[in-house]
Write a protein that binds this ligand. Sequence first.
Ligand code: FES
Ligand SMILES: [Fe+2]
Length: 398
Amino acid sequence: MSDAFAPSAKPWQVSIEPNISSGYFEAERSRLFKHVWFQLGRVEVIPNPGDYFVRQIDVLGASVIVSRGRDGVLRAFHNICRHRGNRVVKQAAGSAKAFSCGFHGWTYNSEGALVNIPLEQEFRGCDKADLSLIPLAIEVWEGFIFVHLNIEPEESLRDYLQPVAGLLDGFPFAEMELSGWWSARLASNWKTFQDAFIEAYHVLAVHRRSIPDFRSDPIVPTAQSLGRHCKLTYYQNLHHEPKPAEAMAFELSSLAFLNAGDANELKTRRWASLNFERRDNWVFDEFVIFPNFHLFLGDGWMLCHEFWPVDVDHTDWHVKYYQQRTTSPTVRIAQEYSKVAMRDAIREDLSTIESTHAAQRSGAMPFMTLSPSLDALIIHHHGVVAEYVGARLTGIEP
Ligand code: FES
Ligand SMILES: [Fe+2]
């Protein structure tokens, strides 16, 4: 089971160097990112044979095709033509009987097999069976598609995800539908970007407009380490005074974002691994699945953040917001309110990222001063990265 972070008497000082050093980023590239499972999306995106999507994993220079074959099986391939290496698929997603390279027309079926070489007689001795698209390891956990750049990963996905997989096996993810999505490329190191989403300390200042009375009853979320992963359990101010539109949404449905009332009615709240302290003012749990996938689970909603390093100074970010399927018009109204509230909160979250990275980049300040409770998961995440890289989290006061 997980260990709660023990409080420390002294502030923790974490070096800024790993956030701005090209050498550290290169070490992350070779020692970390080549050895982890990456979450790429939900199986519902490609339900039918021939459906596919393509994702870039810039940190490894990879373009990945995830395809559902005619046999219904999901496969992942490098998006590289076996002739001279052109990208076989240019579209971000679609449905196709075959993938035909736009350079000279080599054609692959949705299982990745090379099925046609124009003027094949000119490639005497070349066996198409040896020239399938190059596969990646792919596994699915609870509808989430993960790939590993190594076709024979050091660990199975399940082992890699533990203990998170065990905590959420059987969770009704498929009962939710995609409701909103946003993405951006920001001038920030990937860790600095993620740091803004693994603590609630910022709510007091960054979200002072959207969640104004959090301050009246500040509650420290409960942080837990889960091996290389970790988790935050968030609580709401039960004396929160909703604004008029918010009050209407709360009235219409207990599924409205940040509605802390009606504590035990919904099945998400009863899910054993969520709200593990069984507090009335629980609002959501956030699972930080190493290295770059954050899964927020609330009542009738989930938020999936992905942080994709591009280089030491840039990160691509995608977030998808899902809500419980419903046919109730009143619940839909509450959900629409929630989507806008979530969007506004995320916009506020993004407002500090680039300026923080630029300031760290100046080199004027050698370390961050972190709270062992409020910033616990930042310390944890940087520590796990350092472990992969083989570095020490320099400057920490024990
Ligand atoms: S590079 Fe694809 S057919 Fe030539
Ligand atoms: Fe936030």
